[in-house]
Design a binder for this molecule. Structure first.
Ligand SMILES: O=P(O)(O)OC[C@H]1O[C@H](OP(=O)(O)OP(=O)(O)O)[C@H](O)[C@@H]1O
Ligand SMILES: O=c1cc[nH]c(=O)[nH]1
Length: 205
């Protein structure tokens, strides 16, 4: 997958897919999966964040639940950054996301803040787009936004840049595509479920 965009930065090229084989090994779950995602986040931070950046005037926004697996490590790399979580839920039939709650109110002067959004999976991009739309209401600016993700597909990425051409996206690795049920290919399962267990009431939301 050689898709390119000026604001897209892919850390591990297709030819080195074996380096991310743990994504696709569905027996890797819980703490072990969290460590794998955390270690890749450390690597991605080296790629996405300048060497002397300690997170001054920055805020890290993990999209819950799975985004915490990345923000937990990014906070170590950027100790001065604030953290403001957003809880995003999706109806797994329609794949439509909605905001359950957020912590944006606590961020002072959002219009001047550098933002790092973390979420391992970028599939339809509905969750990221909803997050960006929600952030705008609070005054955050697209030109200050860096999205950090593990795995994303071209159709989702194109949707992001179509609506938000100024954001930057740092991806560990490019997916081949997306399945009809909204999961990425190669299949990596549900990241949140692999980390924290299946959520019982997902279908009724
Ligand atoms: O690009 P999209 O099509 O919106 O899909 C990606 C979203 O799906 C996953 O979250 P999920 O809804 O499984 O929530 P969880 O992390 O709480 O399990 C993932 O962490 C993204 O937030
Ligand atoms: O591939 C996908 C799609 C949605 N959520 C995930 O965790 N993975």
């Amino acid at each position: 997958m050689n898709y390119k965009h000026p604001n897209l930065f892919v850390m591990i090229p297709y030819e080195e897919r074996n380096r991310v084989s743990g994504y696709f090994d569905l027996s890797v779950v819980g703490e072990e999966y969290a460590k794998l995602l955390g270690d890749l986040t450390d690597e991605l931070s080296t790629y996405a964040v300048s060497k002397n950046d300690v997170g001054e005037n920055a805020v890290i926004i993990p999209i819950l639940r799975a985004g915490m697996s990345m923000s937990n490590r990014l906070t170590k790399r950027l100790p001065k950054a604030d953290v403001a979580r957003i809880s995003m839920r999706r109806n797994l039939h329609t794949l439509k996301p909605f905001v359950a709650w957020d912590e944006f109110e606590q961020i002072k002067e959002p219009e001047s803040k550098r933002v790092f959004i973390t979420d391992p999976a970028l599939a339809t991009a509905g969750s990221i787009l909803k997050t960006l739309e929600h952030m705008k209401k609070y005054g955050f600016k697209d030109e200050n936004v860096v999205i950090m993700a593990m795995f994303g597909c071209q159709s989702g990425i194109e949707r992001i840049f179509k609506e938000h051409p100024e954001v930057k996206l740092f991806l560990v690795h490019m997916a081949d595509g997306i399945r009809e049920d909204g999961y990425l290919l190669p299949y990596n399962g549900d990241t949140g479920d692999r980390l924290y267990g299946v959520r019982e009431n997902e279908y009724v939301i």
